[in-house]
Design a protein around this ligand. Structure first.
Ligand SMILES: [Ca+2]
Length: 487
């Protein structure tokens, strides 16, 4: 090496070392500077199917506030719940375990099963956050529990403070009709898990969700000077479909509502367990009642969307928008007459998939088609807020999708319908549904690329025998993986 070349090498090494040193001192400076902790605003609707939202393509039901959040966040098109009704779904995403890990398949809190491990909000509370919920985050019975205003299946340890939002539900003043099992129209408006539509007198604040929005607005104002994890649980569009009269206007007369396309003999190729627990037939709902059910549901969605708007406006007014992760989702989806199915429990896409929008300050808006699960929210928010992701959590950190929507973390989403002993593995190309762990109560296989509405069950077709066998093995492996945990 000649002298001038060695001087050049020495100079380059010097520059490189200087670069390293300055990066080290930058990092030290950053570590000593107080970093603002990102807040988490978790908004969850109850029994909301993505198909009812205009940002997911509905052209009749307009949801401008949820759409505005979608326009600034990442909207997920293939997000799945872990249980297709309130209890197991909420227990799962709050605890970080699948329903078959905790065994909480009904309407109980998973606290006895997880012991002193932290629930999602509790994990943030333990890191110095103000953690609060307004209304339904863990399971509450709707309408019964909302009428009473109690804590139900809640978990005290999860919160710094908690607030319930009692409301009149089906007893609200107005024009009500029971649509379900009321063919002669003689049944009055009733409570319970029943299709009832009430066009209510009075304004938003008469109702549980109006009160929930008002309390959430107040909490955002009060806690904007400290990191917060705020869960805002709206109960609409869960039955009864009750909302103030103005929200019904776009959907009247109800006979202008359209019902999903029906296929002759649609149930002939599916097992009995695949016929949902609520159908047009067993609910004795004629076409008039079905259309009114759709209009009533949409009015409840529009009402809930307006409450979401109030909460997002309060976040803007607090100056915390650029410091807050906002999540909007539902505990599971819902049927609005597809296959003559209604409500939840089914493992078809309308019921097992959920709307999911995640807005993170500084990230570009996007639409993400990767398969994600509600159980991913706990580890993902921990990661986004710079906290260690507990090893025991069964969900995956999907935060990389918020920078690049083409990122994938799994080949199949997993959901269960314990009421039917049903299991779903949903891949990009296939929906595989099995009833009983040994498949003894039947199988459904849908080619969702060719048959997105899931009209044709291919499980009995010899040409797909190898696909079915492959899914049986994958499902057994997935269940074994879920059951292999630290509990
Ligand atoms: Ca629900």
């Amino acid at each position: 090496m000649n002298a001038s070349l060695s001087r050049l090498v020495a100079l380059l090494i010097g520059f490189a070392c200087f670069g390293v040193q300055s990066r080290v001192s930058d990092a030290k400076e950053a570590a000593t500077r107080e970093q603002p902790k990102l807040n988490v605003l978790f908004i969850i609707s109850d029994d909301l199917t993505s198909t009812a939202l205009s940002c997911y393509g509905n052209t009749v039901c307009q949801t401008p506030n949820i759409d505005a959040l979608a326009a600034r966040g990442t909207r997920f098109t293939r997000a799945y719940c872990q249980g297709t009704y309130c209890g197991p779904s909420r227990a799962s995403f709050m605890s970080g375990y699948y329903p078959h890990a905790t065994g909480v398949l009904g309407y109980k809190n998973p606290r006895p099963q997880i012991g002193d491990r932290a629930m999602w909000s509790q994990y943030f509370k333990d890191q110095g956050y103000y953690a609060a919920r307004v209304s339904k985050i863990f399971h509450m019975g709707v309408p019964g529990g909302i009428e009473k205003g109690g804590n139900e299946a809640d978990d005290e340890l999860s919160w710094t403070e908690r607030f319930n939002s009692p409301g009149p539900e089906w007893k609200a003043a107005g024009d009500g009709e029971t649509l379900e099992r009321n063919p002669d129209g003689k049944k009055p408006v009733v409570g319970g898990n029943t299709f009832v539509v009430v066009e209510a007198d009075g304004d938003d604040d008469v109702h549980s969700d109006g009160k929930t929005a008002a309390k959430a607005v107040e909490l955002i104002q009060q806690h904007s000077d400290e990191p917060f994890w705020l869960g805002v649980g709206f109960v609409r569009p869960h039955v009864p479909f009750v909302s103030p009269r103005p929200y019904y206007e776009p959907f009247k007369p109800f006979d202008t509502m359209t019902l999903p396309e029906k296929v002759e003999g649609d149930w002939d190729d599916i097992p009995k367990a695949g016929i949902n627990y609520k159908t047009s037939e067993n609910m004795q709902m004629d076409v008039r009642r079905q259309k009114k059910a759709v209009g009533g549901y949409y009015a409840s969605v529009a009402f809930m969307d307006a409450q979401v708007g109030k909460v997002l406006d309060a976040l803007d007014a607090s100056g915390q928008r650029d410091n807050t992760i906002v999540i909007f989702t539902s505990d599971h989806g819902y049927h609005l007459g597809e296959h003559d199915f209604w409500a939840k429990v089914s493992l078809r896409d309308e019921s097992a998939s959920v709307p999911l929008i995640i807005s993170v300050p500084g990230k570009q808006p996007a639409v993400c088609d990767s398969l994600v699960e509600l159980i991913d929210l706990y580890p993902t928010t921990a990661s986004l807020c710079g906290m260690p992701v507990p090893e025991r959590l069964q969900g995956k950190d999907i935060s990389a999708m918020l920078d690049d929507p083409s990122v994938t973390v799994r080949d199949a989403a997993f959901s269960v319908a314990p009421m039917r002993k049903g299991f779903l593995l949903r891949e990009n190309d296939w929906a595989y549904i099995q009833y009983n762990e040994d498949a003894s109560a039947g199988i459904e296989l849908f080619d969702v690329r060719r048959d997105p509405q899931q009209y044709t069950n291919l499980a009995a077709d010899e040409a797909y025998a190898a696909v079915v066998e492959g899914f049986k093995r994958k499902l057994a492996a997935r269940l074994a993986e879920v059951r292999d945990n630290d509990l």
